[in-house]
Design a protein around this ligand. Structure first.
Ligand code: T5A
Length: 215
């Protein structure tokens, strides 16, 4: 059995990652591919417990504690789920991964980027995405979408959704900086457009990668 693919979706709050991960998986499955969709934080049982603490705004966390929690989630996710699935030939789509840590805890919170990179390397154990899609939209657009959803579902704001606009703007710039630094891995797609247009662009990128890898 050949190696599968590891695809990550990244971006600011409400940029459409969860929606697009589902749509991509559905299309690929309809074409006969084996696909799993997972997320960070919370892709494993340990991760689900970590997610509760990580997102709860009532739990006080300093920047290092926040960072180490999300890295613990990642270390478990990589060994328990991501690596085995990719080695078994699956296409794995992860809703957030290591670039979120660089963007949120690095660019957003101001944690030292070099040390953060080292710690991320420990957590990922060499598991680098084959393709990362950054869904890019204005922070105001993304937050308006999450606010709208919250209104419809009585959902309370989590630790990050409640942050000020300037924080989210630094996070967005962080993702765009990562993309500029690694253009062979990271593709930026404008997600202010209608869902179907965004999905079509994502699919084009994934199909090109599948063709390059002869999969
Ligand atoms: N975090 C995470 C860190 O700080 N460091 C890390 O290392 C990691 C891994 C995770 C939080 O943790 C932080 C970042 C996050 O704040 P989460 O609940 O998983 O929390 O939050 P998000 O990943 O931000 O998920 P969201 O659901 O808020 O955003 P999505 O997934 O980007 O957006 P989605 O698809 O749920 O869409 C939101 C709404 O917009 C609509 C959808 O229908 C939905 O209602 N929508 C569109 N509407 C119009 N046009 C489009 N193109 C649309 N796309 C989506």
């Amino acid at each position: 059995m050949g190696r599968g693919l590891f695809i990550t979706l990244e971006g600011v709050e409400g940029s459409g990652k969860t929606t697009q991960a589902g749509r991509l998986a559905e299309t690929l499955r309809a074409g006969g591919r084996r696909v799993i969709v997972t997320r960070e934080p919370g892709g494993t049982r340990a991760g689900a417990a970590i997610r509760e603490i990580f997102l709860d705004p009532a739990v006080s966390l300093n920047v290092a504690a926040e960072l180490l929690l999300v890295l613990a989630d990642r270390a478990q996710h990589v060994s328990e789920k991501l690596k085995p699935a990719v080695e078994a030939g699956e296409i794995v789509i992860s809703d957030r991964y290591s670039d979120s840590t660089t963007a949120y805890q690095g660019y957003g919170r101001g944690f030292d980027l070099r040390l953060l990179g080292e710690l991320n390397r420990l957590a990922t154990a060499g598991m680098t995405p084959d393709l990362t899609i950054v869904l890019d939209c204005r922070v105001e657009t993304g937050l308006a979408r999450t606010r709208e959803r919250a209104r419809a579902s009585a959902h309370h704001f989590d630790r990050f959704e409640g942050e000020e606009i300037a924080f989210h703007a630094r996070v967005r710039e962080g993702f765009l900086t990562i993309a500029r630094g690694e253009p062979e891995r990271v593709v930026v797609i404008d997600s202010e457009r209608p869902l179907a247009e965004v999905s079509a662009d994502i699919l084009r990128q994934v199909e090109a990668l599948l063709a390059r890898r002869c999969l």
